[in-house]
Design a protein around this ligand. Structure first.
Ligand code: ADP
Ligand code: MG
Length: 980
């Protein structure tokens, strides 16, 4: 550890410096680094000064401690009592290098982060610290802020309810604390919604440390951040299908109960094979059937069922499996979360047309249409479009029904969701935390709303979205810290290029991790848990009980109440109060039940005498799907060399064991030990079996996340292009250049589209030109036939630019600039949102249409690319379309029109003014109204053509009290929107 030693030597030397001398180093470094031009070289410099900078921070901490510096954090009085340990310096180095430091709970990661944050903030580019909730962001900013302020750095903190102005100030600080969603949403608002530089709050993505990095980059990574608005169209039919599905589910359950009774008879007659087969059928149709769950406790029956299942999934029995499924109304796959109708089910839902729920084979149909020689090409296209539409409608229907089936058969109230204020609120399966405001995608949320009979909210449309993964990839350097990263090291490496370094603890760990105790049923398991709590409580040893769901914590709470044991229940909802409760969880005699996430990041200190009782006892009531979460729970005790113990309780009825347990092996074990009611199993190698199951789920979940990311990568590239362009527009001092770029690119493309084909369409082209630009060209005058494609493009580009110069000459220069920006931004935003909507549909579609044997991801990539090319072309065309239809000032626009040499009217504008009196009739008109203007561009009066220019007062639809889009800072009604 030469660097650590060096830092400590320097710290020793700095003791003799005055406060001001110490502080002066910050300013000197800042100036020195600012003078270095390249980022790479700045980083080199940071590495050079690292030992000294760390020493400065440590020395400052020492001074605060010696002076017993007192302050308040989240309104609580505190005294500074920390000086960095050596392992903390080591952790700081790892973080500075852009890696993940695994440091156990209680090792003081909050303080560790001060070292690299101080160092990286010296670049003046801003250093971010990402926490799991608002409370921790504020706590850590206020707490560590003592140190930063002492050293002359500023620190800020983002909170959910802050206004943009406040946010901007916080981001402007040297160091900023905040949660991942606040950072992510600010990014989306800045890049996808803000229309001026002033509206943006962030200032780049230089260096970030993610605290509890596994929680944020792995657990939260499954739900992307989405800013949405209500969708303009809604197509769901959940309420329509609900009554039928309810009946169908009831019928299926009755059927399954009947089959289960039959199975019992068979088992009684010792026909184990048939019994197993029947119960496997029940499993297919109703995985949570009560009888089935009960039978799984019996080793013989369990084995028979497992055997049936295994054999049916063998290759030779595909047909039989299919036939078996057809005996049910539908099948439910608990593992892959899917529901599938059978023929019987389809008949039940629509006896007249069971095919209403089968997707047609489009590819075949298309081929047939193509081969049909009696059809003209137009008829073929029309037919194909019809078939496509039919297929889409069918897909929508199937989708609705399958979502409803899932809602009924796989989603349980108070487990996956709760009902609050007539709303379905998701409960995070990993953390047990309620997630108000988040919704399941793909209509599943509406299906559950229909099931529960609460208001079905309208589908929302995505306005902007990003996955957490892709947000953090924006940072030039990213680092993370947590107590539990090791088990997910591969994922951190593959996806974020983050390596994990384990940092030794400051003192030896004195925690005893007992073997798991395994029971047949949940009931027996919970009884045993209560016994254990009672024992510890009787001798006043504090107990922290971890549960995986809200439902489980409530059950435990009821059982403890019956035993008259006082306790606290935390569901990770009120972070601040929970932090206080968790902080007290180490006091003698306390019992705290907590979902995994509750109070994470809060330190549990032991009360007086607790050390002699063996420290804090941690009881896990279920093994979690991920080993990491279990380790996290264990880590809540035995901090900083304290004693402590942990034990997990498991039952064969737990989801993990049912779905992923090494079923066969477990069954054998149960047989071998002949487990009696209330008896338990406990052995070292049983822990291993559980871990094997966990590894299997971890692997699966990793693949799911990887998949989400693969899909989002496509979006990410597109978002990057669009946001970069958007920012270019916002920042541009000469937006006209960008407008001209659009003209230069879009016009040649249009010319080609019309004229560079076998039968050039001159009439159509002239029409397009005249409905888009006030050039008043005629076929005769334009003489497009006489020039080649390039020349035509050049000719037109010149004319348009010319006309545009004249139009804007009548307007005020800065207003024109704002307007030009607005024309482009408006086109980007409107079409990008439509594009996002289409991309959502595409993503659903690639699965629904079931492209034969094709990889949905590849299909998605190809189609998404085509759509994106189209999007970019559409944006340009939209800009062209609006170029002459928007004005910062209606009066000026009218003046401009008046100067066009001559106006004649035809076709579209019956009641329009006669030549020479154009302005009178052109009163302000509602958006989209057509004002017919016929212009003869060059004023010689021949061959006039009408052009339609819908005039918009100004392109944005702004409220009268909103800021004027011209950027003047005044209200719209007092500026461009003033009614003369
Ligand atoms: P972690 O995030 O690693 O779980 P925290 O940052 O919450 O840990 O710190 C845990 C406790 O350890 C806090 O009460 C903190 O005051 C204390 N602590 C951290 N570092 C030191 C130190 N160098 N000296 C004394 N106490 C420390
Ligand atoms: Mg912490």
């Amino acid at each position: 550890m030469p660097t650590v030693r060096r830092a400590n030597e320097l710290d020793e030397q700095f003791k003799s410096l005055s406060d001001d001398d110490l502080r002066a180093k910050t300013t000197a470094w800042k100036e020195e680094i600012r003078a270095i031009p390249g980022l790479e070289d700045q980083w080199k410099k940071l590495y050079e000064i690292l030992p000294e900078a760390f020493a400065v921070v440590k020395n400052a901490a020492r001074r605060l401690k010696e002076r017993q510096h007192s302050f308040t954090v989240c309104d609580q009085p505190m005294v500074w009592d920390m000086v960095h340990f050596d392992v903390q310096l080591l952790g700081g180095i790892v973080l500075h290098r852009g890696r993940i430091a695994e440091m156990a709970t209680g090792e003081g990661k909050t303080l560790v982060a001060t070292l690299p944050l101080y160092l990286n903030a010296l670049t003046g580019r801003g250093a971010h610290l990402v926490t799991v909730n608002d409370y921790l962001a504020r706590r850590d900013a206020e707490w560590m802020g003592q140190l930063y302020n002492f050293l002359g750095l500023t620190v800020g903190c983002i909170q959910h309810d802050q206004e943009p102005d406040v946010r901007r100030e916080q981001y402007a600080m040297d160091i900023t604390y905040g949660t991942n969603s606040e950072f992510g949403f600010d990014y989306l608002r800045d890049n996808g919604m803000a229309t001026t530089r002033e509206q943006q709050v962030q200032r780049g993505y230089h260096y970030a440390i993610v605290d509890e990095v596994d929680s944020i980059l792995i657990d939260e990574a499954r739900t992307p951040l989405i800013i949405s608005g209500p969708a303009t169209i809604s197509t769901h039919q959940y309420d329509k299908w609900k009554p039928l599905i309810e009946q169908l589910v009831r019928k299926q359950n009755m059927l399954c109960n009947r089959v289960a009774s039959e199975a019992i008879e068979k088992f009684e007659q010792n026909d184990v094979e048939t019994g197993g087969r029947l119960m496997f059928k029940v499993k297919l149709g109703q995985p949570r059937n009560k009888q089935l769950l009960r039978m799984m406790e019996d080793p013989d029956k369990r084995r028979a069922i497992d055997k049936a299942e295994l054999s049916f999934y063998g290759d030779t029995r595909k047909e039989e499996l299919f036939a078996l499924k057809e005996e049910l109304f539908f099948t439910i796959d608990e593992k892959s979360n899917e529901a599938d109708l059978s023929e019987q089910g389809r008949m039940f839902l629509n006896p007249d047309d069971p095919n209403a729920f089968v997707l047609p084979d489009l590819i075949n149909e298309f081929t047939e249409i193509d081969l049909d020689e009696t059809l003209s090409p137009e008829e073929k296209d029309k037919k194909k479009a019809e078939r496509q539409q039919h297929c889409d409608a069918q897909a929508e229907r199937i989708h609705n029904i399958s979502q409803l089936l899932k809602a009924y058969c796989l989603f349980e109230k108070d487990v996956q969701y709760v009902i609050e204020e007539n709303k379905v609120v998701i409960v995070d399966e990993f953390t047990g935390r309620k997630m108000p405001g988040r919704r399941w995608s793909d209509g599943l949320h509406q299906a559950v709303e229909a099931k529960e009979g609460v208001q079905i909210d309208r589908e929302t449309q995505t306005l902007a979205t990003i996955t957490i993964q892709n947000y953090f990839r924006l940072y030039q350097r990213l680092a993370g810290m947590t107590g539990t990263a090791e088990t997910e090291a591969a994922e951190f490496h593959d996806i974020y290029k983050l390596d994990v370094n384990m940092i030794p603890t400051n003192r030896p760990v004195r925690r005893t991790d007992h073997n798991d105790r395994i029971y047949k049923t949940r009931r027996e398991k919970y009884n045993a848990v209560i016994r254990e709590i009672k024992e510890a409580h009787a001798k006043s040893q504090p107990v922290l009980v971890g549960s995986v769901s809200v439902e489980a914590s409530e059950l435990l709470s009821r059982m403890l109440k019956r035993e008259k044991i006082p306790h606290n229940v935390l569901n990770a909802k009120f972070h601040m109060q929970e932090a206080e409760i968790v902080a007290r969880a180490g006091q003698p005699g306390t019992v705290t039940i907590s979902t995994n996430m509750a109070g994470r990041g809060t330190d549990i200190k032991l009360g007086p005498g607790v050390i002699d009782l063996g420290g804090l006892m941690v009881v896990g009531t279920e093994r979690h799907e991920a080993r990491r979460i279990d380790r996290q729970l264990r880590g809540r005790c035995a901090r900083q060399g304290d004693p402590g113990a942990s034990r997990f309780y498991v039952s064969f009825e737990d989801d993990l064991m049912r779905n992923f347990g090494a079923a066969d092996r477990m069954t054998r074990i149960m047989e071998r030990f002949g487990l009696e009611e209330g008896q338990e199993l406990e052995h070292r190698w049983l822990n291993k079996s559980v871990e094997t199951a966990q590894k299997r789920v971890e692997q699966r979940n990793y693949l799911v996340r990887k998949r989400t990311l693969d899909f989002d990568d496509v979006m990410n590239m597109q978002r990057d292009v669009v946001y970069t362009y958007r920012n270019e527009v916002i920042d541009s001092e000469e937006p006209r250049k960008l407008i001209y770029e659009v003209i230069d690119e879009a016009i040649p493309a249009k010319v080609k589209e019309y004229l560079d084909v076998d039968e050039p369409n001159y009439t159509g082209f002239v029409h397009w030109v005249n409905t888009t630009f006030p050039l008043g060209l005629t076929k005769e005058k334009a003489e497009f036939e006489t020039r080649n494609v390039d020349e035509n493009a050049q000719f037109l580009v010149e004319k348009i630019k010319n006309a545009y110069e004249r139009k804007s000459a009548y307007e005020e220069a800065t207003a024109v600039k704002s307007l030009e920006r607005y024309v482009i931004l408006n086109a980007i935003d409107r079409l990008w949102q439509e594009h996002l909507y289409a991309m959502d549909a595409l993503r659903e579609g690639v699965y629904l249409r079931g492209y034969a044997q094709k990889d949905p991801l590849i299909e998605y990539k190809t189609e998404a690319y085509d759509m994106f090319v189209e999007l970019m072309a559409n944006i340009k065309n939209e800009v062209l379309n609006n170029l002459f239809r928007s004005t910062s000032n209606l009066q000026a626009f009218e003046n401009f029109l008046a100067t066009l040499p001559q106006f004649l009217l035809r076709e579209h504008a019956p009641a329009a003014p006669t030549a020479g009196a154009p302005s009178r009739a052109r009163q302000p008109q509602p958006v989209g109204a057509m004002a017919g203007v016929a212009a003869d561009g060059d004023g010689d009066g021949a061959g006039e053509v009408s052009i339609d220019l819908p005039i918009r007062r100004s392109i944005p639809k702004v409220g009268r009290n909103e800021p004027c889009p011209c950027g003047s800072g005044k209200k719209y009604k007092n500026c461009c929107g003033r009614v003369a």
